[in-house]
Design a protein around this ligand. Structure first.
Ligand SMILES: [Mn+2]
Length: 425
């Protein structure tokens, strides 16, 4: 039995319909353009990572919540639940080996029944697994010892194979490789070893697959990271070939980095492949998307929309969109609903930008007008538009409210128990 079904959602929508209809009609009167955006929002899907469905933690502790998904089946079900509520979370991104499908056919069927696709698969060479022959303490694909590199290469190939069985089309590689002290490694050797290892992984990709090279400025290493920024990732992607792309994770930059500019240039080079959403105040804080810097999120989407349109790319399918966050305090499912909502709002705002007018303002060096144009889109309350798009897709007008009204966490706890701990984190 599903903890949420169509009748719960219809009841919620009936209850809230009058207020919504008034807000939507007012918005349409004020901004007729919104009608043309509804379908774009409906098509846009954000993948949910399998590791974000349980409570995360910090290196100081972890406080699990009730009803966490203990198995891959339950994780897929939780994504199905999110998707039923918002119709914008129609994909799951698996992390291997935390979520190895013991029976891929069964998992695939379950996902299909919930209208869930398998997005990028993620490899893990940042921690040692039980029984593993060689340790990744001093790196994986960069390691000075060929035997360690070979083991990490074999793992990445295995992840591709698991993904292929499920219908995934991309591999995301994030490496913890780097050094914590000057002199610990030779930068050039580490980079060249990484490139050589990635080439072997690349050669294992099926013809219709892509590989995303994720970068991160620091942590867990504190002196150097071998793929630390977009330039290093782009160098690797360019050397690897047509199927290799850079992946931008919002939390993986040094403070105040201009991420929207990075995105614009990667799109110009046609080398932006995937995107990880989260938010942060200080570093890789993995907080709810849009909870700290919503204007930055809008500015990034503004460049994404501009760049994708100039390349003739389909907004919904050309890039891999995924949330990459951890939830230490909030109910993970509520947090994910809030993140998806923030993403949809920022996307909608970016679609509202008057690009023709902006172009003219830029040509005339009209700095004030350019700002007015951007902030006009940003400051328009587009929540009724996002809700309308959801309503037409059969989702809940307000997914978070619908989740709370239906006591979903309590129902999950009744089913699964209060002391289950999600695998992975
Ligand atoms: Mn990430």
């Amino acid at each position: 039995m599903n903890v949420i079904d169509k009748k719960h959602i219809d009841k919620h929508n009936d209850m809230h319909h009058e207020v919504h209809a008034r807000r939507w009609n007012n918005l349409k009167l004020d901004r007729p353009k919104v009608e043309s955006i509804v379908d774009k929002l409906a098509a846009f899907q954000v993948a949910i990572p399998s590791w974000a469905l349980g409570t995360g933690g910090t290196r100081f502790g972890r406080f699990s919540g009730p009803g966490e998904p203990g198995t891959l089946d339950e994780k897929v079900s939780d994504v199905g639940l999110l998707h039923a509520l918002n119709k914008s979370s129609g994909a799951i991104s698996l992390h291997i080996p935390w979520d190895i499908p013991d029976d891929p056919l069964r998992i695939k069927k379950l996902a299909e029944s919930l209208d869930i696709k398998f997005d990028a698969v993620n490899s893990n060479t940042f921690q040692d697994q039980p029984g593993q022959k060689h340790s990744y303490k001093f790196g994986s694909l960069q390691h000075v010892d060929q035997k360690v590199r070979d083991q990490a290469i074999a793992h990445n190939k295995e992840v591709i194979d698991y993904g292929a069985e499920l219908g995934s089309k991309s591999l995301t590689v994030w490496l913890a490789d780097g050094s914590s002290f000057p002199g610990q490694l030779n930068f050039r050797d580490a980079f060249e070893n990484t490139l050589d290892s990635l080439k072997q992984v690349y050669n294992h990709l099926p013809s219709d697959w892509r590989v995303f090279v994720e970068y991160k400025c620091f942590e867990p290493n504190f002196y150097s990271t071998t793929i630390a920024d977009w330039g290093q990732s782009l160098m690797l992607a360019n050397k690897l070939g047509k199927k290799a792309f850079t992946l931008v994770d919002l939390g993986h930059h040094l403070p105040n980095a201009n991420i929207e500019q990075i995105v614009a240039l990667l799109l110009m080079e046609q080398k932006l492949g995937g995107f990880h959403f989260n938010d942060s105040k200080y570093a890789d804080d993995d907080l709810t998307t849009g909870s700290i810097k919503p204007y930055q999120l809008f500015l990034i989407f503004n460049e994404l929309v501009d760049g994708m349109d100039r390349n003739g790319m389909d907004h919904a399918t050309s890039l891999g969109w995924m949330i990459d966050a951890a939830h230490n305090l909030k109910d993970p499912l509520v947090d994910l609903l809030q993140s998806v909502e923030a993403i949809m709002i920022a996307y909608a705002q970016a679609l509202m930008v008057d690009r023709e007018a902006l172009k003219v303002a830029q040509k005339n060096n009209d700095v004030s007008l350019a700002q007015e144009i951007l902030q006009d889109a940003y400051r328009t309350d587009l929540r009724p538009l996002v809700a309308e798009s959801r309503l037409r897709s059969g989702a809940a007008l307000n997914p978070v409210e619908c989740y709370v009204e239906n006591n979903i966490r309590q129902k999950l706890a009744d089913k699964r128990g209060v002391d289950v701990v999600a695998t992975g984190l």
